[in-house]
Ligand binder design. Structure first.
Ligand SMILES: NC(=O)c1ccc[n+]([C@@H]2O[C@H](COP(=O)([O-])OP(=O)(O)OC[C@H]3O[C@@H](n4cnc5c(N)ncnc54)[C@H](OP(=O)(O)O)[C@@H]3O)[C@@H](O)[C@H]2O)c1
Length: 333
């Protein structure tokens, strides 16, 4: 039987999702966004990808985050999104905020990687075709390129907006000084940096420690946290070992050696605090990020609707007592 066309929930904005203003812009992003890095590639079933995307949109997740090379294979997460666009989301395009990126290896040869104008322009054209979109809402330079003049990368972002292929631009994983330069350059060229995307979670505090969080606020940009659950470590997934269908079992971007005895002890201790708060560890880990108004949104990954369901509950309680925060801090030291 052909899957019937999608009718999103009429209650999609009534399930408790909150929206935060992204820096000094007109854009509001959901506190929880959905990333397509894993579990939406051509190695995954379309049925599960579709179920997760529908569930997300039905519960107020309006922001989907992609990149040219998400999959595996490279490009296939964008292709999956293109199928969802055709079959489900086309009538709701204006309710969605879609991002893509270029910066990592995508195709062979000298023009399929890093930060040249040649690469960024060609890559976005390919992404738009795969995603069956005329424009993305947000296009990122996926990483800082120490070899290409920053002006070249940034001017490509400016021109992409002027061509109407993206409404906004952002940067991801750029170091502090280059971020400052990027924000100034983009503002002076009438294309302010909308958002900075960086890895931030209870176990990885770099944006806080290196001052990126404060810096981007001063520059008028938002901050969106990727891998907010440390790829699954900050959930119940590994409390009792390594499930065979988990990311660690696949041993690709999350290695087995990460789950040391010490890590397991910390996760268990954090889980006890979460239980006292009436939350799962995943909920508490997301809530901990969202307690900070400098964080515009967190981009979660998920491999099932059940995980999404769990994670979405995080927005219900994002406040922490001082003692709770101190206890969490002691576990992480
Ligand atoms: N800018 C960049 O360079 C960059 C880099 C990385 C990621 N990102 C973005 O950030 C997004 C999220 O990254 P991520 O996938 O690493 O995020 P994450 O939310 O830290 O980890 C997601 C994984 O955690 C597990 N999980 C999630 N919720 C769970 C729950 N409630 N209970 C148990 N396990 C749960 C699942 O693992 P299992 O698969 O084991 O079930 C899931 O695939 C990406 O999709 C991408 O959009 C950007």
């Amino acid at each position: 039987m052909i899957t019937p066309s999608y009718s999103p929930s009429e209650m999609r904005y009534d399930h408790g999702m909150k929206y935060r203003r992204c820096g000094r812009s007109g854009v509001l992003l959901p506190e929880i966004s959905l990333g397509f890095w894993h579990n939406f590639g051509d190695v995954n079933t379309l049925a599960n990808s579709r179920a997760m995307a529908h569930y997300a949109f039905d519960h107020g997740i309006t922001h989907f985050d992609l990149a040219n090379n998400y999959g595996p294979s490279y490009g296939s997460a964008e292709e999956t999104f293109g199928q969802l666009m055709e079959k489900s989301f086309r009538p709701y395009r204006d309710e969605l905020f879609i991002s893509s990126k270029a910066g990592y290896d995508m195709w062979p040869g000298p023009y399929g990687n890093w930060g040249s104008r040649k690469y960024l322009m060609a890559s976005l054209d390919q992404s738009l075709k795969r995603m069956k979109l005329d424009y993305v809402d947000l296009f990122y330079s996926h990483r800082y390129d120490p070899e290409t003049p920053l002006e070249e990368t940034l001017q490509a972002l400016v021109d992409i907006v002027r061509q109407g292929k993206a409404l906004y631009v952002g940067i991801s994983r750029w170091p502090v000084e280059a971020t400052d330069f990027a924000c100034r350059y983009l503002r002076e060229h009438d294309t302010p940096c909308l958002i900075y995307q960086g890895k931030y979670n209870l176990l990885d505090r770099e944006p806080e420690q290196q001052g990126i969080l404060k810096q981007v606020k001063e520059q008028g940009a938002g901050f969106i946290a990727f891998s907010p659950l440390a790829q699954g470590l900050l959930t119940g997934r590994y409390l009792n070992g390594i499930p065979s269908d988990s990311r660690i079992a696949r041993d690709t971007t999350l290695k087995r050696e990460t789950l040391t005895a010490d890590m397991q002890a910390r996760i268990k201790a954090l889980n006890e605090i979460a239980a006292r708060r009436g939350q799962t560890l995943a909920e508490m880990s997301l809530a901990w990020l969202l307690k900070d108004e400098l964080v515009t949104s967190v981009i979660i990954g998920a491999s099932s609707v059940a995980q999404l369901e769990d994670n979405l509950k995080a927005v219900a309680n994002t406040s922490f007592g001082t003692e709770e925060l101190e206890e969490i801090q002691r576990i992480l030291l």
